[in-house]
Design a binder for this molecule. Structure first.
Ligand code: PEP
Ligand code: MN
Length: 263
């Protein structure tokens, strides 16, 4: 169960020597899409130096348009594995099909369920049969209750290692790509024992808003952050407009650490 009524102590997740939840502030960073081995290893080294503890990178991309870049798939996962070998950072990558569970189980350290698949119940049940930590993003138009029920689909199959990720929701506002619902952090902290992280990159869709929202997320009590970083955002194959350069990421990490020290 995800509810505090049944389990009052905060769930702490351990992955490759890294802790998520339980009073730590853990940052996962990396490109939206894995584009080449050199790209992802290069970014991994930079974000590690800045203080990120996990590397993110999409190999299977759930794109709105079928004509957009769909990811390097299996080869992308292989590149992530190389980046982990080069840096020691555990890797997080999104799964889009129940057919891929075995492969992901073998390769990645944290399996990401994207916003578009938050209610893909078959997928939730399949990853629930593994013991891998699952990063469950909030659906584009999902309530907190629906999101927690999705977490329970995973947990009800025996996998209690669920990390929630607030990534913005659809509202009438169009200035930002999504409306980052930081109140969800406080709500989840009250309702659930599961760790919750915030993704200000997808949450805003705007690079210049990542830093203030990252600081606000930590101030709101988030257990961590997921941030998109690209070596050359203007040429990124996906989500360049919200991706930080490694230098910008350095600055965000400095600010975020200061907020975290106050908590
Ligand atoms: C991503 O993390 O690159 C992604 C596709 O996120 P979301 O599922 O939140 O849109
Ligand atoms: Mn993205």
């Amino acid at each position: 169960k995800s509810n505090r009524k049944f389990h009052n102590d905060d769930t702490v997740i351990h992955v490759g020597g890294v802790q998520i939840g339980g009073g730590t502030m853990t940052v996962m960073a990396g490109p939206c899409s894995v584009e080449s081995a050199a790209q992802v290893t290069g970014i991994a080294k930079r974000v590690k130096k800045a203080g990120a503890r996990l590397l993110r990178g999409g190999a299977y991309k759930p794109r709105t348009s079928p004509y957009a870049f769909q990811g390097l798939e299996k080869e992308g996962l292989e590149m992530l594995r190389e980046a982990r070998e080069a840096t020691g950072l555990p890797i997080v990558s999104e799964i889009i099909s129940p057919r891929h569970v075995e492969m992901f189980e073998m390769v990645v350290d944290v399996i990401q369920i994207g916003a578009r698949n938050m209610q893909n119940f078959d997928l939730l049940k399949e990853v629930g049969k593994t013991q891998k930590p699952i990063l469950l993003k909030r659906g584009l138009s999902s309530t907190i209750e629906e999101w927690l029920m999705s977490a329970e689909y995973i947990m009800s199959r025996g996998n209690n290692n669920v990390i929630l990720c607030e990534r913005g929701i659809r509202t009438f506002e169009t200035y930002t790509r999504n409306t980052l619902d930081l109140s969800a952090v406080a709500a989840v902290k009250k309702l659930s024992h599961l760790p919750i992280i915030v993704d200000p990159s997808h949450g805003t869709g705007r690079r210049e808003m990542v830093e203030p929202m990252a600081m606000a997320a930590v101030a709101a009590g988030a257990d961590g952050l997921m941030i998109e970083v690209h070596n050359d955002p203007a040429k990124a194959l996906s989500d360049g407009q919200q991706s930080l350069t490694p230098d910008q990421f350095d600055s965000v990490m400095e600010k975020v650490k200061k907020v975290s020290e106050l908590m």
